[in-house]
Design a protein around this ligand. Structure first.
Ligand code: NDP
Length: 454
């Protein structure tokens, strides 16, 4: 190792030790910053304007975090109390933008990691959007519609003071789908006495965009297509394993089927199903109804399609396939899983979820050199169409499905192109992690420098 290389590693280690000291026990946030700085630090050290400006210290401190109590009454008349947050991380290139997550695992650390990643993801889309994330430890699972409504209305009563179409525009995430966004938006509209596009993911009848529901999953597949095309390959006839069976996973599966690929697995937090015959369009339609209308569990699939097998408590990474799409949650693919995938001949891993791979898994997959797309790049299609929803709201003009899909495809192609610009080695080998992080960094850092010291 050269002296310069040793020094870069020393800088990375010292920087991350500082992050850990200033943000104690926020492990997910530490992980997200570490992955980012490992990629970006060499670039910062070779560009004095960034190192002189202490830009990384500034970028890893959120602009602000709002924490508040959410009280609501359940169907039995018992008063319940949850905690909610909005992490407004960085608005250097546009109003804050990022989803709301309702899940018992939500902590400030989780939302800081998500908000941090969102800043660079949003920058990659080429749209004017800053980065934020919010949510609550509220668990919508098993709650009645009325309970979810009361919770959402109570949460928005406080959140409405901090958001707005030119300030901060929340959207959905885990546990926050069309139902929750509708309750949140309805309450916002009531409180403000204005109809403004302050949330995205809205219903089509009240300002939502066509393709928004599909956008993240479709975008992951469009991005993967570009990765394969760069190697003169296609998705046609490839086999795929997917984790999750929520918004991202289901539309990732749908687009893969449209591209002629075969999908073997889907999962939820109870385990995964493996259908050796492949989950075709009809079976997928059945799962969509199960998940979105009946709010059922994935293991019900094997009763409907008995040739499939349900593996309780397991993740799908042991099943042989060409492509893997982790689309459930953070840290669901560890180093052992990565090794297993590679032993089984995986060619491509594209992250539909945010930070689904552990740091060790990312290191391993980069070292082996398989095609690996980080969530920042691969799953940016959702926020991109959210940005397009904002544009349509501002214009008061809805675009057609074809129009939005074409723009989504253009944006995913643009993101891929930026990754190539910063991530391609002399031998044409591609490092998408480096490419995505540096491309996002440059855009946000240059805007911050332009504002002076702030
Ligand atoms: P959904 O709530 O629609 O679905 C989440 C899926 O993941 C469900 O199948 C859920 O299973 C499973 N899951 C959630 N938590 C866990 C866990 N701890 N262990 C195992 N499985 C789990 O969420 P989305 O599909 O919207 O989001 C999935 C991922 O994609 C998240 O990381 C999110 O941040 C990311 N993402 C989402 C975008 C969007 O547009 N929706 C945009 C970009 C990224 P169960 O039902 O059993 O909980």
């Amino acid at each position: 190792m050269s002296i310069v290389a040793v020094d870069v590693q020393g800088q990375i280690d010292r920087f991350n030790a500082g992050i850990q000291e200033r943000n104690p026990a926020e492990y997910e946030f530490h992980q997200a910053v570490q992955e980012f700085t490992e990629m970006v630090m060499p670039y910062v050290l070779s560009h004095q304007k960034y190192s002189d400006a202490h830009i990384l210290e500034r970028m890893t401190e959120p602009d602000r975090i709002v924490i508040f109590r959410v009280c609501w009454e359940n169907d039995e008349g018992t008063i319940c109390c949850n905690r909610a947050w909005r992490v407004q991380f960085n608005n250097a290139i546009g109003p804050y933008k990022g989803g709301m997550r309702f899940h018992p695992s939500v902590t400030q650390s989780v939302l800081k990691f998500l908000g941090f990643e969102q800043v660079y993801k949003n920058a990659l889309t080429g749209l004017p959007m800053g980065g934020a994330k919010g949510g609550s430890n509220f668990n919508p699972k098993g709650k009645s519609d009325r309970e979810v409504m009361r919770f959402c209305q109570s949460l928005m009563t406080e959140l409405s003071r901090h958001i707005g179409e030119d300030t901060d525009v929340p959207a959905g995430d885990i546990g926050v789908g069309t139902r929750e966004i509708s309750y949140l938006f309805g309450q916002y509209k009531r409180l403000q006495n204005r109809f403004a596009g302050a949330l995205t993911g809205k219903g089509l009848a009240f300002g939502g965009s066509l393709i928004r529901t599909e956008a993240t999953g479709y975008g992951v597949v469009y991005f993967s297509k570009h990765m394969l095309e760069r190697r003169c390959e296609s998705l046609f006839d490839k086999t795929a394993i997917i984790s999750g069976s929520g918004n991202v996973a289901l539309y990732c599966a749908e687009k893969l089927l449209q591209e002629g690929a075969k999908v073997f697995t889907l999962s939820d937090s109870s385990g995964f199903i493996h259908d050796p015959d492949g989950i075709d369009q009809n079976k997928l339609a059945w799962i969509m109804t199960l998940k979105t209308e009946r709010r059922g569990r994935i293991n019900e699939y094997v009763k409907q399609y008995p040739t499939a097998i349900f593996y309780p408590g397991q993740r799908p990474w042991s099943i042989k396939a060409d492509l893997a799409f982790p689309c459930a949650t953070q840290n669901e693919l560890d180093e052992a899983d990565a090794k297993l995938l590679i032993t089984n001949g995986i060619q491509l891993v594209a992250e539909g979820a945010n930070m689904p791979s552990t740091l060790e898994a990312v290191h391993y997959m980069r070292k082996v050199g398989i095609l690996f797309a980080p969530g920042k790049a691969a799953n940016a299609g959702g926020v991109a169409v959210s940005g397009l929803e904002q544009s349509q709201n501002a214009l008061r003009l809805p675009w057609t499905r074809k129009d939005v899909d074409r723009r989504l495809q253009d944006i995913m192609a643009h993101i891929h192109q930026q990754c190539v610009e910063y991530g391609e080695d002399k031998d044409r080998h591609m490092d998408y992690v480096r490419g995505a992080n540096i491309a996002g960094f440059v855009k946000v850092a240059d805007a911050m420098l332009a504002y002076g010291i702030a």
